[in-house]
Design a protein around this ligand. Sequence first.
Ligand code: ADP
Ligand code: MG
Length: 555
Amino acid sequence: MSDARSRLALGIAAGALAFYALFYAGDYALHVLTRAGIYAIAAIGYQLIFGRLGALSLAQGCFFGLGAYAAGLGAVEFGLGFPLTLAVGILLPSLLAALIAIPVLRLASHYFALATLGIAQLALLVATNWTEVTGGANGLYGVPPAEIGTASFGHGLPLTILVWACVGLALLVSHRMTAGRRGLAVETLREAPLAASALGIDGAAIRFRFFVASAAFGGLAGALQAHAVGVVSPDVLQFHVLVLILAMTVIGGRASPLGAVLGALLLIHLPEWFRGFADYYLVIYGAALLAAAIFLPRGLAGLFGKRTTPVIERGEAAIPRSPVPLGLSVETVSKRFGGVIALDGISLTLTPGEILGLIGPNGSGKTTLVNLISGIEKPDDGRIWLGGADNTGRSPEYIARSGLCRSFQHPQIAPDLTVLESVEAVAPERESAPERLSEVGLSGRANGHAGTLPPAALKHLEIARALAAGASILALDEPAAGMNEVERAELSALLKRLADAGHGILLIDHAMDFLLPLADRVICLSAGQVVAEGMPRDVARDPAAISAYFGESPL
Ligand code: ADP
Ligand code: MG
């Protein structure tokens, strides 16, 4: 769907909702609509952390509850006016999220879920037991209705309008955080976190921002809820709040904030519609949820399709000069994994415009070497220099931004992004992406989903992404594996053009017939050590290299 058409659809939906609220809905219907709006805000926030980043936070209900308590206490205990209670309702959960983000966001997914669940349980305990402040199990009473200046938004239509204005604001903020290239980078981060960091996407910063934003939206929703109902009890911190928000996000569709709004509207209204079925209500409600999960795997938002970008065919573009010619120097680097010595005092250099072949049997340490120079693993000993700067121990993002990018033995991509979007995600200037695709000969596939590319094309996509990210040096881990003769010849020609343009290339491969004509020099690893080094032809005849590959057995 084009941007103009989706804007039109959004306009019509918003108009219909406004019409319903203004002319049709009675008091009770308005009350339900307000509740849906409040939950929509919490779900828009949850959509950022759970939907966009795929991190199963179990703290969204807790942020909602904290927002409610902060606003309620601000009003009841400190006599703050409504705009201020709203501000503390947003700030308190955001601060908590920022504080716990640093230790908690590092955790692998299931531990992250457990840690956020722990925080939620702790908040519930505090709210229930700190009776002097929170009112304990009875909660806080007498939270005044919302007022801005002399205008009252206490209930009915004014409250509905206030809440839905906040929904609009939340949509806007969330859109700004995820639109365009930013959203593509976030999708790459979720689907291929290793590649994202090796291409210079700062995952830690994005995760932090999204987690804090999810808390801010949760808090805003909770604060509105406190003023809308006038009471805050530990109920707002119970697990069912999280479950409801989670269900809204899943039903709505993880990649679309509008989906979160649709999910909230649907899940708050469903119980009302099915109320007539009395005892069967829960069964029907459950069945409807299940059906939505099965038949709408991309959620309600998935019904509206996906934008595709038109691409100008440019044939095969010439490769521009490498941004800054960089040299790489590895000095006596070692890496151990427990008892295994993966690399044992390796040294090598790579100059701009050079193709350095790296061979060696499986397990000889080739991938480990690429992991070290790209910052994915840290060396135990030795130093790594990039363009004269000591890069030892630097993060993958830093190294990528300094001009070294790597590909993966098993390509790391976000399958639902188009080929063009995959490149746009990492290109500092989005407009340059079609050019990069053209350079690697992928223009014709720009609009296809990256997940549908055949293996050989995926390798080219990885190279295009590296170029888009500004790589001067490319470290390619077995890019020719599984390719046929024709595909190898194409890759070979591409790598030659890249080297001619000044890129330094570290090329891992097993096949001598592929490497020999291509590489300027070859290094052979065996059991983590360099056993042969020199001109390709000499290394191919070197007894140490031959025995590394074939053991002691005669050829
Ligand atoms: P290659 O790419 O040459 O096949 P690798 O660099 O993948 O070799 O592996 C070198 C050695 O280090 C192997 O013995 C491998 O089992 C070990 N190794 C590599 N990565 C790890 C890891 N993350 N944990 C434990 N051992 C590892
Ligand atoms: Mg390997």
